[in-house]
Design a binder for this molecule. Structure first.
Ligand SMILES: [Zn+2]
Length: 380
């Protein structure tokens, strides 16, 4: 009898402990800050030199007021690289000008993420961009060229040039460029682009022809990632090459029609995925979260789509308040990266309603303002 009593007492103590433990866990998961988005980002093009001051004022005054805490800056070739001065595009910013932008971000408490595009988008219509203009040996498809005069086609037509990711000399050139941008920006994150690379594993490339395109892409991503890891920098990239455009019917721009999508299972999981969707709000952020990646819904100029994407992010984050285990997926929905592809000068003019600016700029600004208004209201 005594033994049973003792056992009962022990059981009660254990039970009480478990209850207390459960209550402590319950407290933790119910407090999951689902309304607070860790990343509230805006992507801008590098400004023209004459607009650097304008951008710095915008960063200091407008971005904190809007609630933006991250600025991804599409620098690409518009920086006067010291390691490779020959690769600076016309109008490239000097180091001093870049430092002005970096200072403005610091003052405003904004995380600055430099961006380059390190696979496709090496030509703009019929014009080669600096890397292929100066180093034609990196061209994945020397015999496949843009139509002259230029015309936009469908997903199976020529769009833009790609680098050969397997060329033995490529990384010797691009790593110093990445390092310079990381150093001048004091960056802890680096966006490598990789979107819309239609030419990959080109049949006539002596290194890539005949190989599995997903493997070619994954191998390149792993090399870029390893370098960024050495620099203590987190890699960011666009989502589209990792989504199967055929089974989803998301087709060739916002997804992959060239069999690169299986790379999603061959790359490090700590890459931040910026999932650009400009016309609707498919459940692709959830796909990346389930595959193990942090993800940012990335809209542009369609307000309804941007807000529908934001709803998905909040719904998935709110699920983190329902159970301890649910926080894993909830936490991967890191927030948003609102994007723009117009000039930064025009974007800022449109933000303040200073004409002239295009209808496209107006739509972009409307989306930006509405998206961040809802984020501010939700976070209150
Ligand atoms: Zn190649």
């Amino acid at each position: 009898m005594k033994k049973i009593k003792r056992l009962l007492i022990v059981a009660c103590i254990l039970n009480a402990g478990l209850l207390l433990g459960c209550r402590a866990i319950a407290q933790t998961y119910k407090d999951f800050p689902w309304k607070q988005l860790p990343v509230r980002g805006l992507m801008l093009n590098i400004p023209q030199r004459a607009d650097v001051e304008l951008l710095c004022r915008f960063i200091r005054e407008a971005l904190p007021a809007e609630g933006v805490n991250t600025l991804a800056l599409r620098i690409e070739w518009w920086y006067q690289f010291e390691s490779h001065p020959e690769l600076a595009a016309t109008g490239a910013l000097s180091k001093a000008e870049m430092q002005q932008i970096v200072r403005a971000c610091k003052d405003a408490g904004i995380r600055l993420v430099p961006m380059m595009n390190l696979l496709g988008h090496q030509s703009e219509q019929t014009e080669l961009l600096p890397l292929l203009a100066k180093y034609p040996q990196f061209d994945e498809s020397p015999d496949l060229n843009p139509p002259v005069p230029w015309k936009y086609g469908n997903w199976y037509d020529f769009y833009h040039k790609s680098l050969c990711p397997a060329h033995p000399d490529l990384l010797k050139i691009i790593f110093p460029l990445m390092d310079e941008l990381i150093d001048v920006c004091g960056a802890a994150d680096f966006h490598v682009g990789l979107d819309e690379a239609w030419i990959i594993g080109y049949d006539k490339c002596p290194r890539c022809g005949g190989r599995d395109k997903a493997e070619i892409l994954a191998e390149y991503i792993r090399k870029l990632h390893a370098h960024l890891e050495e620099k203590k920098c987190r890699m960011w990239m666009w989502s589209d090459r990792l989504i199967d455009g055929k089974t989803t019917n998301l087709l060739g721009w916002q997804a992959s029609m060239n069999n690169t999508h299986r790379a999603i299972d061959m790359i490090p999981k700590d890459i931040m995925i910026t999932d650009w969707k400009y016309e609707n709000a498919p459940p692709t952020p959830a796909y990346f979260a389930i595959k193990g990646f942090d993800v940012l819904a990335s809209a542009c100029a369609d307000t309804a789509s941007a807000l529908a994407q934001l709803e998905q992010i909040y719904a998935a984050r709110k699920d983190g308040t329902r159970a301890e285990f649910a926080q894993t997926l909830a936490g991967r929905m890191q927030g948003v990266l609102e994007t723009t592809w117009i000039s930064t000068g025009e974007f800022i003019r449109a933000y303040y309603g200073r004409k002239p600016y295009s209808d496209g700029a107006s739509a972009n600004i409307t989306t930006f303002k509405n998206l961040f208004r809802v984020i501010r209201q939700t976070g209150r």
